[in-house]
Design a protein around this ligand. Structure first.
Ligand code: BGC
Length: 741
């Protein structure tokens, strides 16, 4: 009875809410504006009236249908509901409604299911907590932190009645120019996979479904509806798909969102190879595959290609297109049933028919979640450079600090587009420094370049805050070109106009100049990097940006983030450089193959500015001998790699210990090293801990294009333990041998 009442009530409430929703922009390109994706808050009076109506309705119905009975097995409930739906109803169910909902079926009393964008916060319902963006979170290399931020995101969703969060996003960082790198999880598929799984588990632990996106190869924003990512089979399987696979198989993600672009000539929303053959058949994905917003191009092809849910509305998979196709045999009715079944199975199993999703006991501005945002921000920031111990600052020795540059205030905490998240409070670097510096340090703020130089001259220390920001494009498109990062557009390699000159001018008058960068990836360093002693990569670390940066500047927090992507010296060093914007030709050839990021820089012997895995600390870590036991194992066996790591400095710190592997001989081209393990460890001064990694043959497999499957070559593997990909501290060897051979 409870469930029947709830379902009837929920259906009526959701339907009423939907009626009051203000529809979002109608085209995908306007969708890139930060606010246009939002739906407005339901009209409370209407909702209250419909609750009363729903209660009255519920009382007149004697026994609830089986599909609304939570004590029944999920599949039985799905079967019963499916049997009650007409074919047109089933087709309608495959298209979203009101911007961000799976539709209610009023006739059958099933509720609408509400979605909200991420990944930096549950952003569709007004202000909320903003967490470190994907690449910032990945820079923590802290799986527990990913889980903690996931739980916080899930709680925010519950506080807003959100059933499905449209996050996380795991497209590989292939070029620094991609406008969405800040949402994604870096250049390494193993790292991204290891971080995304606990993030998803955290979100889903709060009975909120996660959506991994954008499947697949959405590695640039330029002309994103029309370009085809041309990727060879091995590269696809080794670089661009594994993080999605980890999301599915380790994270048990409930939903997958397809990408705007084409892969090898076929749009992702109708890509049979990606959706049917790989995601569903090979990886065993049982959940919902939804399109990205307005990214379907052919309804029948989408239906046959494996898409289950078209968002935000049925433009292609609708009655007009699908009914004739069923009649003339181009589309099977069982294909429609499978899609409806997937949607129903997923939402019923999540309990969405059985309980209200809104939890009023969780505050909208949740102090616990703010603590998670701060903890994540502290771990995410990377100390790129620190010559002559320019950092940390000694608040007893300095009397004044000039806080300069466009990103000093107001807070730049978030990227733009559908990830942009409004907060209740965000602390700028200026405010953070003012709070953290203490009363004896005078904080000076100059807004224009001339004033900045004047202040820098007077101050003991100058902090120059530069980088991109979240400002939307659209109407202001031209003015904002090159200043913002967000979906729908890429950004230049160079820092926004005037910033390099500002850094140079400030550094010329103040040798103690610290640069803080907000960006989703590497920038141009030429002409300024060698002029300053210290640089912090702050990404978009969420609403506590200013506090986390200030605490690191003053040494209250020891920096511990490490780069999840290689920062090259020059744009031309990146292998995508000649192919990135091929005007006229809609194909983007992934000519570098598997040699993405450090794999390629190592293989081609190109010196990066800051290598993958790099990040400095205020303390020193020393590494002991690398032990491998046993040293020889059968191909399916596993060995333990151990190493002692100690803190030999004066302050506590966290180190990220990285394990790379290289087959000594291989029948296929292999990068000089590939990340296969990592652990973050906290060490007090003088403390030592032993880190253990497990290595198994199947983790070291490569993709064999002859068998179209992963294959493992027995033989000798070199094991490299490092503090970064280019700061290798110890080596070991492991033999995989077929017994008796
Ligand atoms: C973005 C998605 C987002 C969706 C809904 C699209 O433009 O690419 O990441 O989830 O809009 O806002």
């Amino acid at each position: 009875m409870i469930s029947k009442c709830f379902a009837a009530r929920a259906a009526a409430v959701f339907a009423a809410c939907a009626a009051t929703l203000h529809l979002a922009a109608q085209t995908a390109e306007t969708n890139v504006l930060a606010e246009t994706n939002l739906v407005t808050t339901p009209n409370v009076t209407t909702a209250t009236n419909s609750i009363a109506a729903a209660d009255a309705m519920a009382e007149t119905n004697a026994s609830p249908p089986l599909y609304l009975d939570p004590s029944q097995p999920v599949e039985k409930r799905v079967d019963e509901l499916l049997a009650k739906m007409t074919l047109p109803e089933k087709i309608d169910y495959l298209g979203g409604v009101n911007g961000f909902y799976i539709r209610a079926i009023d006739r059958l009393g099933t509720p609408a299911i509400k979605m909200s964008d991420g990944p930096m916060g549950s952003r569709n319902d007004g202000p909320t907590t903003c967490y470190p963006g994907g690449i910032a979170l990945t820079a923590t290399w802290d799986k527990a932190m990913a889980g903690r931020i996931g739980v916080a995101l899930g709680r925010d969703c519950r506080a807003r009645g959100v059933n499905i969060l449209l996050a996380p996003a795991v497209n590989i960082y292939r070029s620094p120019l991609c406008g969405r790198n800040f949402e994604y999880m870096g250049e390494d598929p193993f790292l991204a996979g290891q971080m995304v799984a606990p993030l998803i588990q955290g979100i889903q632990s709060q009975e909120v479904l996660a959506t991994v996106k954008h499947f697949a190869c959405n590695n640039q924003e330029w002309d994103r509806h029309n370009i085809s990512s041309e990727v060879d089979e091995r590269t696809l399987q080794e670089i661009y798909l594994p993080a999605f696979k980890a999301a599915v198989q380790q994270g048990k993600v409930a939903c997958v969102m397809t990408a705007y672009n084409l892969v090898n000539g076929v749009h992702c929303s109708q890509n049979d190879f990606l959706i049917n053959q790989t995601l569903k058949a090979k990886w065993g994905f049982n959940g919902i595959v939804m399109s990205d917003w307005w990214s379907t191009y052919d309804g029948v092809a989408c239906a046959n290609g494996g898409l289950d849910l078209e968002m935000p509305e049925p433009n292609s998979m609708n009655r007009a297109n699908l009914l004739p196709a069923i009649q003339d045999g181009r589309l099977k009715g069982s294909v429609i049933d499978d899609k409806v079944r997937r949607i129903l199975r997923t939402v019923i199993a999540a309990g969405f028919f059985d309980r209200p999703q809104l939890r009023k006991d969780i505050p909208l501005d949740d102090p616990e979640n703010d603590r998670a945002a701060l903890a994540g921000a502290r771990e995410s920031i990377v100390l790129l450079k620190n010559k002559k111990h320019a950092l940390p600052l000694d608040r007893h020795a300095i009397r004044s600090i000039a806080v300069l540059g466009p990103n000093a205030d107001p807070a730049v905490y978030c990227g733009g587009g559908s990830a942009f998240t409004r907060t209740f409070h965000a602390i700028s670097i200026l405010d953070g420094i003012t709070q953290v510096a203490g009363e004896t340090v005078k904080v000076l703020r100059g807004t224009n370049a001339d004033a900045a130089v004047q202040l820098a001259r007077q101050a003991d220390v100058a902090v120059v805050c530069v980088g991109f920001d979240q400002r939307p494009r659209g109407e202001e498109q031209e003015r904002n070109r090159g200043l913002a990062e967000g979906e729908g557009h890429d950004r230049p390699f160079e820092l926004p106009a005037g910033q390099t000159d500002l850094i140079r001018a400030v550094a010329a008058v103040n040798p103690h100049t610290i640069v803080v960068i907000n960006s989703g990836g590497g920038v141009a360093w030429a002409g300024w990097l060698d002029k300053v002693p210290a640089v912090l990569q702050a990404w978009y670390p969420g609403q506590e940006v200013g506090r986390a940066v200030a605490e690191i500047l003053f040494g209250d927090v020891n920096p511990s983030g490490k780069l999840p992507a290689t920062f090259e010296k020059r744009a031309e060093d990146n292998p995508t450089f000649p192919y990135y914007h091929l005007n006229g030709n809609k194909q983007t050839p992934y000519t570098e193959g598997i040699f993405v990021g450090y794999r390629g820089y190592d293989a081609r012997k190109v010196e990066p500015q800051f290598c993958f895995g790099h990040g400095l600390s205020y303390t020193e870590f020393n590494y002991g001998k690398v032990e491998v036991a046993p040293k020889m194992i059968p191909p399916l066996g596993q060995a333990t790699v151990s190493v002692e790591v100690g803190n030999s400095g004066k302050v506590p710190g966290d180190e990220v210990v990285q394990l790379y592997v290289h087959p000594v001989k291989s029948s296929v081209p292999q990068p000089p090293k590939v990340l296969r393990g990592f652990e973050r460890v906290s060490l007090k001064p003088g403390e030592t801990k032993t880190i253990h990694f497990t290595l198994a043959g199947d983790q070291l497999a490569y993709y064999d294009v002859k068998t179209h499957d992963f294959a493992f070559e027995p033989g000798t593997y070199e094991i490299l333990i490092g503090s970064s990909s280019r700061d290798i501290r110890g080596k070991g060897r492991l033999e995989f041998k077929v017994p008796g051979m």
